[in-house]
Design a protein around this ligand. Structure first.
Ligand code: ADP
Ligand code: MG
Length: 484
C-alpha cells in the first residue's frame, strides 16, 4: 500500500557511526570486533570507583573530518555531558555524550535519489548536528530462557551521532541518505560502515501530515534498523500505520518503536522519553573540548579530495554522471581508476572498469582489492583496443582469460594469435568473396534496405573469427557493394 495522496511523510534520521579507532573514547581498551566477551573492557569501562576518563584524540580528529566533509561548523568549544539512565549494559549509570554544545553543527549532505516511479533527482539534506559519545555494552538474551548476559566489550567505543533535520520525505530519500553517509564515512576512513556488524546504525523518526499543513505531526522513533533495506521498509510501514490510526479518528502517541523484519511491522517498545528525563549535566570529569584553528587546519590537510568534488571533475573530463558517481564514491575505486585512466581515453577506461571488471568481480563475489586484474593490466588491455590491435569483441575474450590466468593482455593476444586483422589487402579479398556470395543482399541494399548491411558485417566477422578491424570492414564493404 502507498500513502493516500493527501498525506506526506516527514523523516529525520539519527545515524550512529562507530569510529574505527584502535582504542575506546575514554579508555585504552581495544575496540576490535568479535573478541571473547568482556576481554576488552578495562576499569574505566567497568565504571570502577575513582576511575577517570581520558579523551581519545584520534576519535576527536575523526569527528573534525566528518564536520569538514559535510561543510559544517566545527565548534571551537564543545562539552561532554552525562546522559543518565539505568540499563545493565551501562555500568556507569550514565552515557558520556554531548548535549547542548556538540562538536559539529549545521552541516549538509547532497543525496542522489532514485524514486520508485519518476526521474532520479538530487537534494540537499541539512544536518543539525553531530556529537561524540560512547557506545553502551551489549545485553544478550538469546539462547537461555532464564538468564541474560552482559558483554562490555562495546562499552566506551566511540560513536558519532549524526542527526539530520526532518527534511527527508520518502523511504527512497532515506535510503539515499544512508548510502551517501555510509560511503562518506568509509571514504574518510573514520568508520567501517558495516551495518551488519552494527558499526553503522540508524534510528528513523517518522511522522505524517496532510499535505498543505505546516505543523509536523507527532513522530515515532524506530530503532533496530541494521540495513538500508530495513530503514526503508520500516519507514514505509510506520507511515502507513500512522495514516491508518489518523484516518480512523485516532491520534499518534510519541513512541519509541522496534522494527520486526520478519513480520514487516513496527511495534511499541516504550513511550518516548524526552531530553529532560535524562537529567543531562556537564561531565565534571572532563574539561570542555577546545579545538584551535590550527588543529582543525591540520586535520583538513590530511583529508582526501571528497567524492562530490571528484565526481564533478570526472564529469568535466567527459564521464557520464553514473560512472563518475560510482568511481568517485570509494577510495579504492578512485585509486584504481587514477592508475587505469592515466594517459588513456577516460571513457573507454571507465567503461572497462565499471562494466566489465565490476561485472566480473560481482560474479566472483570479490572486491576491487582482490581483483585478479590490476589497474596496470586492465590499462594494457585498453591500450590494445585503443590502438586497434584487437576489437572490442576479442577484448572481452582476452579479458576472460586475464581473469582466469592473471596474465597480461598482450601476452594472451600473442599466444592465441588474436591480433586484429588490419591488413587492408587481406581484408579486401575476404570482403569481396563474402559480398559476391550474397547477391540477394546486395540487391536489397542497393534497393534502399540499409539494414542488410549488418549481414555483410556478420559474414565477414564470421569468416575472420571476429578479428577483422570493424572500421575497415565497414569501409571495405561499402566499396565492394558500390562496385557491383
Ligand atoms: P531526540 O533527542 O528525542 O532524539 P531530536 O529533537 O534530537 O529528538 O530529534 C531527533 C530526530 O527527529 C531528528 O533527526 C529530527 O530531525 C527528527 N524529528 C523531529 N521532529 C520530527 C517530526 N515531527 N517528524 C519526523 N522527524 C522528526
Ligand atoms: Mg534520539
Amino acid at each position: 500500500m502507498n500513502l493516500p495522496h493527501n498525506y506526506e511523510m516527514v523523516i529525520g534520521l539519527e545515524v550512529h557511526a562507530q569510529v574505527n579507532t584502535q582504542s575506546k573514547l575514554f579508555s585504552g581498551a581495544a575496540t576490535a570486533f568479535g573478541a571473547e566477551p568482556n576481554t576488552q573492557a578495562c576499569a574505566i569501562d567497568l565504571a570502577m570507583p575513582g576511575m577517570l576518563p581520558v579523551l581519545n584524540h584520534a576519535a576527536v580528529d575523526a569527528g573534525i573530518k566528518l564536520g569538514l566533509a559535510i561543510e559544517a561548523t566545527v565548534n571551537p568549544v564543545s562539552v561532554f555531558a552525562r546522559k543518565n539512565y539505568f540499563y545493565p549494559d551501562l555500568p556507569k549509570g550514565y552515557q558520556t555524550s554531548q548535549y547542548d554544545q556538540p562538536i559539529v553543527e549545521h552541516g549538509k549532505l547532497e543525496i542522489e535519489v532514485e524514486p520508485k516511479d519518476g526521474e532520479p533527482y538530487s537534494k540537499v539534506v541539512n544536518i543539525t548536528r553531530m556529537h561524540l559519545e560512547e557506545d553502551a555494552g551489549k545485553s544478550i538474551h538469546a539462547d537461555h530462557a532464564n538468564v541474560s548476559y552482559v558483554d562490555l566489550n562495546r562499552a566506551g567505543v566511540p560513536l558519532m551521532e549524526i542527526v539530520s533535520e526532518p527534511e527527508i520525505a520518502s523511504p527512497e530519500e532515506a535510503g539515499a541518505y544512508m548510502k551517501k553517509m555510509r560511503a562518506l564515512v568509509r571514504f574518510l576512513d573514520i568508520c567501517d560502515g558495516d551495518m551488519e556488524k552494527g558499526n553503522l546504525r540508524c534510528d528513523a523518526n517518522v511522522s505524517v501530515r496532510k499535505k498543505g499543513i505546516k505543523e509536523f505531526g507527532t513522530r515515532c522513533e524506530i530503532k533496530n534498523l541494521n540495513s538500508i533495506r530495513h530503514v526503508m521498509a520500516a519507514i514505509q510501514h510506520e507511515a502507513e500505520r500512522q495514516v491508518e490510526v489518523l484516518e480512523a479518528g485516532g491520534s499518534i502517541d510519541q513512541q519509541t518503536r522496534l522494527w520486526d523484519p520478519d513480520k514487516q511491522e513496527t511495534r511499541t517498545l516504550r513511550s518516548k522519553e524526552d531530553a529532560h528525563d535524562y537529567r543531562y549535566f556537564p561531565c565534571p570529569d572532563l574539561l570542555p573540548l577546545r579545538l584551535s584553528e590550527e588543529r582543525i587546519a591540520k586535520v583538513r590537510a590530511t583529508m582526501p579530495k571528497l567524492p562530490d568534488v571528484l565526481k564533478t571533475e570526472l564529469m568535466d573530463a567527459g564521464l557520464p554522471a553514473y560512472d563518475a558517481g560510482l568511481i568517485s564514491g570509494d577510495r579504492a575505486y578512485v585509486a584504481y581508476f587514477a592508475e587505469l585512466s592515466q594517459g588513456r581515453d577516460i571513457k573507454l577506461a571507465a567503461n572497462w572498469m565499471t562494466v566489465e571488471l565490476f561485472g566480473a568481480l560481482n560474479k566472483l563475489d570479490k572486491g576491487l582489492e582482490d581483483s585478479p586484474v590490476s589497474a596496470a593490466q586492465l590499462g594494457g588491455l585498453v591500450d590494445l583496443i585503443a590502438s586497434g590491435k584487437i576489437s572490442g569483441k576479442i577484448a572481452k575474450q582476452v579479458f576472460a582469460t586475464m581473469l582466469e590466468s592473471g596474465k597480461d593482455a598482450a601476452a594472451i593476444v600473442a599466444e592465441q594469435g588474436l591480433g586484429q586483422i588490419s591488413d587492408e589487402g587481406a581484408l579486401r579479398e575476404i570482403v569481396a568473396k563474402v559480398v559476391a556470395a550474397m547477391p540477394d543482399a546486395v540487391a536489397k541494399y542497393k534497393g534502399g534496405n540499409e539494414r542488410v548491411f549488418g549481414s555483410f558485417v556478420g559474414a565477414v566477422m564470421k569468416e575472420t573469427k571476429g578479428q577483422a578491424n570493424p572500421e575497415m570492414v565497414n569501409r571495405l564493404i561499402k566499396e565492394a557493394v558500390a562496385s557491383r
